[in-house]
Design a protein around this ligand. Structure first.
Ligand SMILES: C[S@@+](CC[C@H](N)C(=O)[O-])C[C@H]1O[C@@H](n2cnc3c(N)ncnc32)[C@H](O)[C@@H]1O
Length: 190
């Protein structure tokens, strides 16, 4: 569990303030954020993508690991949220904000890191896999901890989670991010 004393990257803290001011409760938690920073840093020349910018918390975590030759593209269909997030990055040409449906990301693929957090994950999971580069990392948060196999959500077998964990083009695992939440991490096979 993330301690509240560990300092946050400056832009993450600023984005969290935006989230609090606007009552936006969908931002990723710091435990996931640290994974995002690590994933971005692992691909120093990579194309890093995020679907669902929200107000920029996840974007700021990805940005904290962004290499000098990497680029980060994020998409949000709510223009007010997108504008708030973009205001945090007035000075970094490596970061691009798209406003509209998550499919706008497609022209920037293949992705070396894809934080699929708003659009795609549920609607078109096969397309999400298609958009990954070989060796590309996929991060999906907001799952509930896996207590059984196969995993169950709301009393039903969690077919979406099984899709990602068992996909033949992925090697995937699930990690606990807090005692009450988990994330699926996957890499696309060559
Ligand atoms: C969970 S929040 C994103 C949080 C953000 N990634 C973070 O970690 O701070 C999901 C966001 O995705 C946006 N969204 C949902 N469906 C979308 C779609 N089809 N295309 C673009 N954005 C979408 C929502 O408006 C919302 O702001």
């Amino acid at each position: 569990m993330e301690t509240t004393e560990r300092p946050l990257p400056e832009r993450v803290a600023a984005a969290q303030r935006h989230a609090a001011e606007t009552g936006f409760a969908g931002s990723c938690i710091p435990e996931v954020g640290r994974l995002l920073t690590l994933a971005a840093a692992a691909k120093p020349e990579g194309v890093i993508a995020e679907s669902g910018t929200g107000v920029g918390v996840g974007t700021a975590w990805l940005h904290a690991g962004l290499g000098a030759n990497a680029r980060l593209v994020t998409v949000e269909h709510d223009p007010d949220r997108a504008a708030r997030a973009a205001a945090l990055f007035p000075d970094d040409p490596r970061v691009e904000f798209l406003v509209g449906d998550w499919r706008l990301l497609e022209s920037h693929a293949p992705f070396d890191v894809f934080f699929c957090d708003g659009g795609g994950k549920r609607e078109d999971p096969e397309r999400v896999v298609d958009l990954l580069a070989p060796g590309g990392l996929l991060i999906l948060d907001d799952f509930t901890p896996p207590l059984t196999w196969p995993p169950v959500h709301d009393g039903e077998i969690d077919a979406l989670r099984l899709f990602y964990l068992g996909h033949p083009r992925l090697t995937a695992t699930e990690v606990m991010t807090t005692p009450g939440s988990s994330a699926v991490l996957a890499t696309r096979l060559p």
